[in-house]
Design a protein around this ligand. Sequence first.
Ligand code: XMP
Length: 325
Amino acid sequence: MNNVRPESMARITTAELANAFIDEQVKEVREQVGDKKVLLALSGGVDSSVVAALLIKAIGKQLVCVHVNHGLMRKGESEAVIEVFRNQLDANLIYVDATDRFLGLLEGVSEPEKKRKIIGGEFIKVFDEEASKLEGISFLAQGTIYPDILESDGVKAHHNVGGLPEDMQFELVEPIKLLYKDEVRVVGKALGLPASMVDRQPFPGPGLGVRCLGAITRDRLHALREADAILREEFDLAGLNLKVWQYFIAVPDVKSVGVKNDKRYEGWPAIIRAVNTTDAMSATIEEIPYELLHKITARITAEVEGINRVLYDLTPKPVGTIEWE
Ligand code: XMP
């Protein structure tokens, strides 16, 4: 399969078309791989999850998935990867909790680009270490999709955490490289992946690391993760998860004075960001109903230790980027 989508290729919009694509890919992957082993970095994002499910169907335990938890995942995310892939799909899954390594390296680092570099570089290191412990791996699977090929040199490196260690000599397996994102979701559903995984909003590779602004501390990261979970829960309840493109909390390294239980309470503000876009190049603000904003504010300030204010970012892109860092 080359890197150009043939004009004759129909857009995959139905379960039937997805199943035909899956059957074809299962056959192709089996032919390509034979009885050899394939390695996949499984982040839990839509693309790598769909590739994993597809390859499990094609080659079962010949696929080795490595999930690196960099400690910057959203609440419940690594747990969901383990539940779906290890427990439900019986995948060969190596789970690496590298939280301490990442947070250790990030300690005291406040410069956004430096933080991103540390996270990306360490991710490669951890993945490389895991790969070198394994024997007989011949192939590396990647969740490259068609926009990645159109936008870059075909390797998902510019935006993804890490990319590939340069000295890894593997042949690539890229079964969804001719698909657009909406097609990847249809295929994922046909493969039986849960909607929560397939319909996931985009999540940056450096994760909560670029939303825990400035130098990351464990307590502020914890507050961010809890506040973000509340925002997501409330968006789910209100049905906004199906409408809004991306929504999250950022927590700056600033404290303000407040009052809690009749006592002075210094805390961080939680900043709500909710945007709509088609290509992430520009974005508009979702107008969250005031009633819901009040509910989210009440819950976050009551339930999350360390947060004493909730702010709403009304800045479109441009001039603000979607992420704060
Ligand atoms: P910005 O902040 O540049 O973000 O307006 C545009 C989109 O890209 C996502 N983003 C990333 N995605 N790795 C990724 O996979 C990254 O390092 C990264 N940084 C930003 C961001 O969440 C938004 O959807």
